[in-house]
Design a protein around this ligand. Sequence first.
Ligand code: SF4
Ligand code: SF4
Length: 157
Amino acid sequence: MKKIIIAENDPNFKNDIAAQPGSESFMRCFTCGTCTASCPVAEVHDEYDPRKIIRMAILGMREEVLSSDILWMCSRCYTCAALCPQNVKFTDVISILRDMAVKEGYAPQERLDQARELDKAIQSLRCKIIDSKLHPDQSDSKEIIKALEDELKKEWQ
Ligand code: SF4
Ligand code: SF4
């Protein structure tokens, strides 16, 4: 496990986040874990943990958070925000962190657009697959495979 050296962290990071509309209450987090337990991404990704991202942000781990691939895994479903007992709007916090990552040069602007487009494409694909399960006689599995292949071919920066 990597050691956290507080003196090397950025004490202003949490204040920069809290200054943005939507994340004013994020420091109220008392690490109950409800967000992580209810998150559909955490359910399938071992490394994804919204509670941990908040803790790292509060500890001032600016570079680790903003440069992390994990930041782009959230599907922005708002489940965590709806269930948080401390009214932390983690979905908004993630959006703010992504914006900060772009502004501070940790990620290119294109990645924000790509993440939005991918979320839309995934929902469309999900609807197509459910439809094909409900109506197998009317479904076109080639269309689903093609849509999936098209997404996989797109490059991410
Ligand atoms: S549910 Fe809210 S209070 Fe609990 S760990 Fe997540 S953000 Fe923190
Ligand atoms: S908004 Fe993101 S972190 Fe929150 S439950 Fe949905 S996928 Fe998980």
